[in-house]
Design a protein around this ligand. Structure first.
Ligand code: DQA
Length: 171
């Protein structure tokens, strides 16, 4: 199948070798725009723009079209996930502070009907007890935490296998 110009039409694309191009939305929650400056001893010195650029480069290597989005607002995150319905094969999400509180983001992920991978820079279980609870832990197909910025790339490398497993389970 020829590669289509419009990757938002909900239909699968593929590269010249016939491998399906996957579409992945990466969502970063509140305060992650300050990565590199904010508590670097916890979150590291890599900036969000570097994470996003590297994810897009890695996506090119893996046949994955990566779109990224960051917001400090819960409603904007919900809206962005809703907009992705039928247009993405998987979601990578670090809901940041909303991880521990947001029923609305959980509901938006359920409505997305695509596998979601929960990503955290820090190992939240080594931190304060209020960070141990995640409203999305049980609906995520996988969770990755404690690797710092490289965790996003590790998650992206795992996406194809997780998408295929989710499709087999639905079939
Ligand atoms: C975080 C962990 C959250 O508890 C915190 O509120 C964040 C970042 C992480 O990536 O380690 O903002 O999601």
């Amino acid at each position: 199948m020829a590669r289509k110009k419009d990757d938002d039409d909900g239909k699968p694309e593929s590269d010249s070798s016939g491998i399906e191009t996957l579409r992945v939305l990466v969502v970063h929650g509140p305060n992650l725009n300050l990565l590199g400056e904010r508590e670097p001893e916890v979150y590291g010195r890599t900036r969000l723009s570097d994470i996003d650029r590297e994810l897009k480069q890695l996506g090119d290597e893996l046949g994955i079209k990566v779109k990224t989005f960051q917001s400090n607002s819960e409603g904007d995150i919900v809206t962005r996930i809703q907009e992705a319905r039928g247009k993405v094969d998987a979601l990578l999400i670090n809901p940041a502070g909303y991880t521990h509180t947001s029923v609305a983001i959980r509901d938006a992920i359920l409505a997305l009907e695509a596998p979601a991978i929960e990503v955290h820079l820090s190992n939240v279980h080594r931190r304060e007890p209020f960070r141990h609870h995640s409203t999305i832990a049980d609906i995520a197909v996988a969770r990755i935490m404690g690797f710092g910025a490289p965790g996003y790339g590790l998650a992206l490398r795992a996406v194809r296998g997780l998408v295929e497993t989710a499709r087999r389970q639905r079939a």
